[in-house]
Design a protein around this ligand. Structure first.
Ligand code: PGA
Ligand code: ZN
Length: 410
């Protein structure tokens, strides 16, 4: 039963050059691990608050350290309960979701190391009460973000993320080969057409002069060069509609459109009919329940209708989403809620309601952190959303899946 001996925090840089925190956990058996936290740019209104980094460093190294020193590190639920009670607010504004998460995840990582378990094994034990049999591990299918817009780029494209999705029948190695292949073909085609191939925050290309249909056309033709679209490979879209929602309308200047919610659903219907899209995330602003309910009734039998800002990894918000029938799939981002135990509660609720689970990175992430890859395997997530197959902070998550795959397959 290793006990927490010391928790110390310092600041470090994330992929956007913004300050984040790095928390170092020492156990009394000599284990030392560190854990950074990611940061979003297009956040849900009800996410756990990230407090300023200097304050978080102080809180982790003093208040949280003092509260947790001597505690049994294996009792993750108790550690998280202490943090939640100390904070005492619904959105973690007192201790900060960033402070709490670095400690909550860091403790789990320390215990895995101390018990000589792979992180996913320990996380699976915490989630389901058993260490998985490695011959039956389920690997998530990666969602590769290949074109960036919205708040992740300054290219005037209203929609945030355009993804390619290998068939779920592919192994993780095949899926990654497909992702990099389409990415490189798309780069070549963009260059040939005179588009810029600079990238956005999540590593997808971010040229100016795109509209949603043009972006999908480019992706479809790149994917079609080497794969059978609709059989081997599909497409996904994170609209992140909050960023183009203005006074009850959805404003898409690059197409000269100002749409009512029902018209936006007509717009989606048209593109779903034209392209092999199986995944649509945040098609409406998080308080536009009417838009969501209408989207659910129109599309949920055909595609994954994915809630991110609508639920922010929060079980209470997920209950409302389920009872109002607004989504059939959910994004899981531990930093939206602040502790590992609450993340597990959310995933259990989603699973019990037969929703698809997509574990996700944030647009500001770190190249040291592959925690979400282990989390995705531990909870048998259906998908892992970790950006494009370039940039260190994205690739580290995919490479962790490859490491695990190669360990168990020899
Ligand atoms: P964020 O965006 O990490 O910038 O909040 C990601 C998303 O909306 O899925
Ligand atoms: Zn999203």
């Amino acid at each position: 039963m290793p006990k927490i001996q010391l928790i110390k925090c310092h600041k470090n840089l994330n992929s956007r050059g913004d300050w984040t925190i790095d928390t170092v956990i020492h156990l009394d058996d000599g284990t030392v691990v560190s854990q950074t936290v990611p940061e979003g740019a297009s956040k849900g209104e009800l996410e756990a608050i990230s407090i300023p980094v200097e304050t978080a460093v102080e809180i982790v190294s003093h208040a949280i350290n003092d509260a947790l020193v001597g505690e049994d590190a294996e009792d993750q639920e108790k550690i998280d309960r202490i943090l939640i009670d100390m904070d005492g607010t619904p959105n973690k504004q007192h201790l900060g979701g960033n402070s709490m998460l670095s400690v909550s995840l860091g403790v789990a990582k320390a215990v895995a190391e101390s018990r000589k378990l792979e992180l996913y094994e320990h996380l699976a034990f915490l989630y389901s009460g058993r260490v998985p049999d490695t011959s039956f591990l389920k690997f998530p299918t990666p969602l590769f973000n290949v074109i960036n817009g919205g708040k992740h780029a300054s290219n005037g494209l209203s929609f945030q993320e355009f993804m390619v999705i290998p068939s779920t029948s592919k192994t993780i190695v095949e899926a990654l080969e497909m992702g990099t292949s389409v990415y490189k073909t798309l780069k070549k085609n963009l260059e040939e057409k005179g588009f810029s191939t600079g990238v956005g925050d999540e590593g997808g290309f971010a040229p100016e002069g795109l509209t949603l249909p043009r972006a999908l056309e480019l992706i479809k033709s790149a994917a079609g060069e080497n794969f059978v679209v609709g059989t081997d490979i599909f497409f996904g879209l994170d609209a992140a509609a909050e960023s183009f929602h203005h006074q009850d309308k959805y404003v898409i200047p690059e197409e000269s459109l100002e749409l009512e919610p029902s018209q936006l659903n007509d717009y989606y219907e048209k593109i779903l009919n034209e392209y092999e899209i199986i995944y649509l995330e945040d098609p409406f602003y998080e308080r536009d329940y009417k838009g969501w309910v209408d989207a659910y009734s129109r599309f949920s039998k055909k595609i994954m209708l994915v809630a991110d800002d609508l639920v922010v990894t929060n079980a209470k918000l997920l209950e409302a989403t389920i009872s109002k029938k607004m989504a059939n799939s959910v994004i899981v981002k531990p930093n939206q809620v602040g502790t590992l135990s609450e993340t597990f509660d959310f995933i259990r609720l989603a699973r019990n309601n037969k929703m698809s689970i997509i574990v996700s990175h944030r647009s500001g992430d770190t190249a040291e952190d592959s925690f979400i890859a282990d989390l995705a395997i531990a909870v048998e997530a259906d998908f892992l959303k970790a950006g494009s197959p370039v940039r260190g902070e994205r690739v580290v998550k995919y490479n962790r899946l490859l490491d695990i795959y190669s360990d168990i397959n020899g």
